[in-house]
Design a protein around this ligand. Structure first.
Ligand code: FAD
Length: 492
């Protein structure tokens, strides 16, 4: 079975399947044949509409035109996430995609800010971040030379269609049908073909499992196993509903904490995506539905739909001749909109490691190690939001506040609390800026800051901060509103 990969079969056509197909078609289209099997009857998970900035890099790799993509997916811009009621009730902070303050060599900006705070001359931390301030007043603009860091809110089913068109026009073959059986080679245990309900046999020498939570190939056929993280990320359900827009779309995702979970609000050009992520141990589906429906604006466009999940990761993301991408590979819950990013990173990693000959364990092990490192660091960042809270007002929050956390995260929290140090590890997605905004936002105030910052005379520090504030205000004055910009740039 071990031979050069010439014929790749993708099982599943949600975001994961079509992202994989598009990247393979673009980068390897002349070298491998790509076939995608999907079932309209089964459908997709139908959520996954908030993204993060690296998506823009992936789109560049594919040569996707931003305006065309945004029109096709009714997308809006996203400058960050507004977390409400997380540190405590009636609290609010923004995790923005921008840089706060200015870069410095020894001590990052937040050390200067902590010193200024001690001197009584600091404004709110977010005041020194352009993207954050723009999000607060619903303003946005970009251009080829603009330095603003942003992502998108998009319609997930339209995104899959957009990538399907892209992929099919570059030679990807799509087969409509339900996979009824996964056939394996009896000697190697490698997957050899997918059998459809129609009786059609789809043969390949490499398979990408994009069948969503069911993991039809990676789990149901290869029994790869799952590492469960629900003791750290106990939410296990979501209820989602789409509503009509009642206001101009904001360039920000809202994440509103409730008693046993949290609610997302994602504004698109033509509608709003809403959902409540919750823990079934503390909230029934009926209660979740009531909580969600009591907290939406605008007429419902779809019936509320419950989605069950279990946070964790597949023990191997790549097993034998099968790569799992998307929900079939694991799920860390959508709090920081990282799943689509993980799909993109997964297919790029696969393309980089693509063997020119037999698949061997070395390449599989390397892929798996990198994928595991990446998702585990994201996992820690998500747990941080739940664990570092002052909320004790419900059994759910009491659990989160008091639960054991991974040692890697405990170390980060201690380091920040004691010394204000935050870091971005090798291969890690979230930058110092992200860690700092969330740790401060959730209520950790470090005991110390770096001594080097006190070398700056207080008057100079004040002018330095004022200078940043002034340049942000000037920049904001020149920005149109988010809606005005969409209207002229990418209206559907
Ligand atoms: P799916 O969308 O479930 O697609 C599975 C595909 O496999 C479908 O085409 C289906 O027809 C096919 N299939 C399955 N079985 C068979 C079969 N037997 N025969 C043929 N075809 C089959 N991610 C983000 O980045 N941002 C977010 O804001 C975000 N929010 C989320 C909120 C929730 C509540 C959840 C659960 C997830 C969220 N995600 C988010 C994750 C995101 O939705 C997924 O990563 C993304 O949609 C990819 O899903 P998928 O393609 O792996 O699976």
């Amino acid at each position: 079975m071990n031979k050069t990969i010439k014929n790749i079969v993708i099982a599943g056509g949600g975001s994961a399947g079509w992202i994989a197909a598009a990247a393979l078609a673009k980068q390897m289209g002349s070298v491998v044949k790509v076939t995608l099997v999907e079932s309209e009857e089964i459908g997709t998970v139908g959520v996954g509409e908030a993204t993060i900035p690296p998506m823009r890099v992936f789109h560049k790799l594919l040569g996707i035109d931003e305006r065309e993509f945004m029109r096709a997916t009714s997308a809006t811009f996203k400058l960050g996430i507004q977390f409400e009621n997380w540190g405590q009730r009636n609290d609010s902070y923004i995790h923005s995609f921008g840089m706060t303050g200015k870069e410095s060599f020894i001590a990052p900006f937040h050390h200067f800010w902590l010193y200024a705070k001690e001197q009584g001359i600091a404004k709110e931390f977010g005041k020194y971040c352009f993207e954050l301030e723009a999000a607060k007043v619903d303003k946005f603009a970009t251009s080829d030379n603009a330095n603003v860091n942003y992502a998108y809110h998009l319609d997930s089913s339209r995104y899959a269609t957009f990538l399907r068109d892209y992929s099919e026009s570059r030679g990807v073959k799509r087969i409509e049908g339900k996979i009824s059986q996964v056939n394996k080679d009896p000697t190697s245990g490698h997957i050899s073909s997918l059998e459809l309900e129609s009786g059609e046999l789809v043969e390949g020498d490499f398979f990408i499992d994009c069948t969503g939570f069911r993991g039809l190939l990676i789990e149901q056929s290869l029994n790869t196993g799952y590492e469960d993280w629900s003791h750290w990320l106990p939410c296990d359900r979501a209820i989602a509903v789409q509503t009509e827009s009642v206001a101009e779309p904001r360039p920000i995702t809202r994440s509103i904490a409730h008693d046993s979970g949290w609610q997302w609000r994602i504004p698109l050009q033509h509608r709003v995506g809403n959902g409540l992520v919750y823990c079934s141990q503390y909230l029934t589906d009926e209660e979740a539905k009531n909580t969600l429906l009591n907290n939406i604006e605008g007429k419902m466009l779809t019936e509320p739909r419950v989605i069950k999940f279990r946070t964790g990761q597949r023990r191997k993301h790549w097993n034998k001749n099968c790569l799992a991408l998307g929900l079939s590979s694991g799920f860390v819950e959508p709090l920081e909109s990282t799943s689509i990013h993980l799909i993109m990173m997964g297919i790029v990693r696969f393309l980089r490691l693509f063997p020119n000959g037999e698949i061997s364990d070395s390449v599989i092990d390397e892929y798996n190690q990198q994928a595991k490192d990446e998702i585990e660091k994201i996992r820690d960042f998500i747990i941080l939001h739940y664990h570092v809270t002052q909320r004790q007002d419900s059994p759910f929050w009491q659990y989160c506040k008091n639960m054991d956390i991974p040692a890697s995260l405990a170390h980060r929290i201690k380091l920040f609390s004691e010394h204000a140090h935050a870091f971005q590890a090798d291969g890690e997605l979230f930058r110092v800026d992200s860690w700092t905004q969330v740790m401060l936002g959730q209520g950790i105030m470090p005991k110390q800051f770096h001594p080097s910052v006190t070398a700056m005379p207080v008057g100079e520090l004040q002018r330095f901060l004022q200078g940043i504030e002034n340049s942000i205000s000037k920049g904001l004055e020149q920005l149109p509103s988010h809606s005005q910009f969409i209207a002229k740039y990418c209206a559907q």
